[in-house]
Ligand binder design. Structure first.
Ligand SMILES: [Zn+2]
Length: 344
């Protein structure tokens, strides 16, 4: 059987339905893709645009989209002029009527290079009512060969009149296994990383929390470096929690955390996740660690620190985070935290 959307794992029901509609040339003019942040909505929208314009669409010995023809490759790279995406402007809470009207005007121009012009509206749930009404006009009588895709995380704020004119598709967040499968099919970076450094790769999957978009971000060399550095800083503190560790060592680990308040607070939040894992590991055999790559690693790491001590440390770190939010001096907060932990 012909394979549909081979680059998207899961969501088979929606994949088959959309692919059949494309091949039978009865895909509706508007599709609403609803799913949590990072569940692959943009990727799905791009893949639909590729399938619509794939030069080998009629060749049923190939997957749909083929991913290799000129159109497929250019849509993937983002250099295809007939696939456009509208995003909320930086610093704005909503997508306004002006932006939708400009987008709409473009839809009325005929396609420049492809059979289908595809318009993607990201965060469609953030459109103002006025903007939605402006969009509605075009949904009522869409130009030929225009496909509009609305991406949304929840559709409560989308007008019923819009919803009734769109085909509804959902995407769900990926499990780590599915995420790994997706990344190995789509990212050279992921393939070489998983081959070279299995541990770092699994840590990355944990940090991505089932979100494709986040995983792709984390794969950039800069993000990877920051993520690894931050994990090392947290591990240095976790490893200094034993009662016998000299104060200087504990203090050195804590004072290596960032000195900027916002970044220090983020580190404390990560430390809190790590401590929560260590505490859960003492109490339960089966839980989903947030910081550690698996239950075994969390158990092993916290082996020499008693549960009561971990609980006290946890409270101290939460307390420090609150102090920080009240504008406490960071350097002082770090040295107080070290002293309190030493005495805990
Ligand atoms: Zn193709």
């Amino acid at each position: 059987m012909r394979s549909y959307f081979p680059n998207l794992s899961g969501n088979d029901f929606h994949k088959n339905r959309i692919a059949d509609a494309i091949l039978e040339e009865r895909l509706p003019h508007a599709i609403l893709i609803d799913g949590p942040s990072g569940s692959g909505k943009k990727t799905f929208a791009k893949e639909i645009a590729m399938a619509l314009n794939c030069e080998l669409k009629k060749d049923d010995t190939r997957p749909l989209p083929c991913g290799r023809c000129n159109s497929c490759r250019r849509i993937k790279e983002g250099s295809f002029t007939d696939v456009k995406m509208l995003k909320r402007s930086d610093g704005k809470a909503t997508i306004g009527v002006k932006e939708i009207k400009d987008f709409r005007a473009d839809m009325y121009l005929s396609a420049t290079e492809s059979a289908y012009k595809v318009y993607i509206i990201d965060e469609a749930e953030k459109m103002t009512t006025e903007a939605q009404n402006a969009l509605l006009i075009i949904l009522e009588e869409p130009p030929k060969n225009v496909v509009i895709m609305l991406l949304a995380s929840g559709t409560d704020s989308i007008l019923t009149t819009i919803k009734s004119r769109t085909q509804y598709v959902t995407t769900s967040r990926f499990t780590s296994a599915r995420l790994a499968e997706y990344l190995s099919a789509n990212s050279q970076e992921a393939r070489s990383l998983s081959f070279r450094d299995n541990e770092a790769y699994r840590a990355l999957l944990v940090s991505a929390d089932g979100r494709i978009g986040r995983a792709l971000e984390l794969l950039s060399p800069k993000a990877r470096e920051e993520n690894e550095q931050s994990r090392e800083e947290i591990m240095a503190i976790v490893n200094a929690l034993g009662k016998k560790t000299p104060y200087t060592e504990l203090y050195a680990a804590i004072s290596s955390l960032p000195q900027k308040r916002v970044e220090f607070s983020e580190s404390l939040e990560t430390l809190i996740s790590a401590l929560a894992d260590l505490i859960s590991a003492k109490k339960s055999e089966s839980f989903s660690p947030v910081f550690f790559i698996d239950v075994e690693t969390a158990k092993e790491t916290g082996r020499d620190v008693p549960l009561q001590r971990l609980l006290r440390v946890y409270d101290i770190v939460v307390h420090t985070l609150r102090e920080c939010e009240k504008n406490a001096n960071v350097t002082l907060a770090q040295s107080n935290m070290a002293t309190r932990i030493k005495m805990a």
